[in-house]
Design a binder for this molecule. Structure first.
Ligand code: AMP
Length: 417
């Protein structure tokens, strides 16, 4: 019989690693709150048309990577491959625009893409991100970028760089794509098969091709999109840069960064981990002024970003940023017999109510085995409760980090934990 295992490209987040997630999640909540963003949670599956219309029929995600299935009623549903489309659907469905002109939203959750799994690339992965909906102004682009950078800074991550670009509004981009097509047509025979196929569709994707020959052709013959922005788009981008400068954020302008999703307009940005391997994108985002109206909502400009949790953990592990996380158990109580166990339960209860984590041994082990277990649990303090301690209502607390011992009456234990 076949062994039951996780599906290829999906992973359990094991109890021994969960503190990493919780540490990041706590920082996310703190940062998002400090900028007054509210959390939104949407279902993990949606109508397929939300993504085919929202993400774009020609994007790799929609063409190749979606987990799509028919439910029993014959409706085509898809496990969400990204969250912007879902958040926008929620914005439209619940008429957020009637409550306030600007909405600052954040999210965190699992996404699903049928990609070829490798280090840093999974089929179920997690993203956190924001959608700042309602403002066309460059200060919202700058705020979205600022929030992103602050998260990595607050987490202590050092090895990353911010890249920014503007891909213009739809009209100036259409013009640019025509020019790009003209300039590349003489070199079409030297491009790889998929670039040849894309040249008449979403030609901007040629910038993402990893084939060295295609990369050289693009470098030598592709004009810079920044030289083909409309006056308004160029001014918008200038303002974004000035605001980032004013906020002390360093960035690299990369005119080849066009991003894989079809809905972006004007500002795009990415943060790359400089110590990561092939999958080095920590986060990506940008402005999407047409998506909400494309999905039949009110004409509303917006900007946002999405960042991968798993890659962030890989990057933080590489910089040893989790190493000081010890001692989640404040007190490990080792009762020597069933009377002692009964007697310590109200004490454990009192301490838990005060917010301490208390581990009462449950396997009736020997003292030696209990001590070994307390060590494994990385408990900060350990106490063995025998008949003597029970009678005198005292205990000896052993500090497992500093190897010191303190005698204490039961009622006062909370003062040292
Ligand atoms: P995207 O939605 O493709 O712009 O991706 C935004 C971020 O999500 C990336 O920068 C990665 O950090 C992360 N990400 C995207 N796809 C995957 C994947 N298959 N596995 C793990 N992380 C991913």
């Amino acid at each position: 019989m076949q062994k039951l295992r996780t599906i290829k490209g999906t992973h359990d987040i094991l109890p021994r690693d969960i503190y990493k997630w919780q540490k990041i999640e706590a920082v996310l909540r703190e940062i998002f709150l400090s900028y007054a963003y509210s959390e939104v949670r949407t279902p993990v599956f949606e109508k397929t048309s939300l993504f085919s219309r929202g993400v774009g029929e020609f994007s790799d995600i929609v063409r190749k990577e979606m987990y799509t299935f028919e439910d029993k009623g014959g409706e085509s549903l898809t496990l969400r491959p990204e969250l912007t489309a879902s958040v926008v659907r929620s914005y439209i469905q619940h008429h957020y625009n009637q409550e306030a002109p600007l909405h600052k939203l954040w999210y965190l959750g699992p996404l699903f893409r049928q990609e070829r799994p490798q280090a840093g690339r999974q089929r179920q992965f997690h993203q956190f991100g924001i959608e700042l909906i309602g403002s066309p102004h460059p200060e919202s682009d700058a705020e979205a970028i600022d929030v992103t950078c602050n998260i990595y800074r607050k987490l202590g991550l050092k090895n990353w760089k911010l890249y920014i670009n503007s891909i213009g509004s739809i009209d100036s981009r259409k013009e640019y794509m025509k020019i790009l097509r003209n300039d590349l047509k003489p070199h079409i025979d030297n491009l790889c098969q998929s670039c040849q196929e894309r040249i008449d569709g979403n030609i901007l994707r040629l910038f993402d091709c990893k084939n060295p020959q295609c990369a050289t052709i693009m470098q030598e013959h592709a004009p810079s999109i920044l030289d083909h922005l409309s006056k308004e788009d160029a001014e918008h981008f200038e303002q974004v840069k000035l605001l980032l400068d004013a906020n002390g954020i360093t960035y690299i302008v990369d005119p080849t960064m066009v991003r894989g999703l079809d809905y972006y307009t004007r500002t795009t940005f990415e943060i790359k981990g400089t110590a990561l391997g092939a999958q080095d994108a920590l986060c990506g985002g940008g402005r999407y002024d047409n998506l909400i109206s494309d999905l039949d909502g009110p004409d509303t400009p917006a900007v946002g970003f999405a960042a991968g949790m798993e890659r962030l953990i890989i990057a933080m592990d590489a910089e040893a940023l989790f190493e000081d996380e010890l001692n989640t158990v404040n007190l490990y109580i080792a009762p020597m017999n069933s009377h002692c166990l009964k007697a310590v339960l109200p004490l454990a209860q009192r301490l838990r109510e005060k917010g301490f984590s208390v581990y009462v041994e449950l396997l009736r082990r020997s003292v030696k085995a209990m001590m070994r277990d307390a060590n494994r649990q990385q408990a900060r303090w350990v106490t063995v409760i025998g008949d003597h301690e029970l009678e005198s209502k005292t205990m000896q607390l052993k500090n497992m980090n500093e190897n010191k011992k303190i005698d204490m009456v039961w009622d006062k234990v909370d003062t040292v934990l």
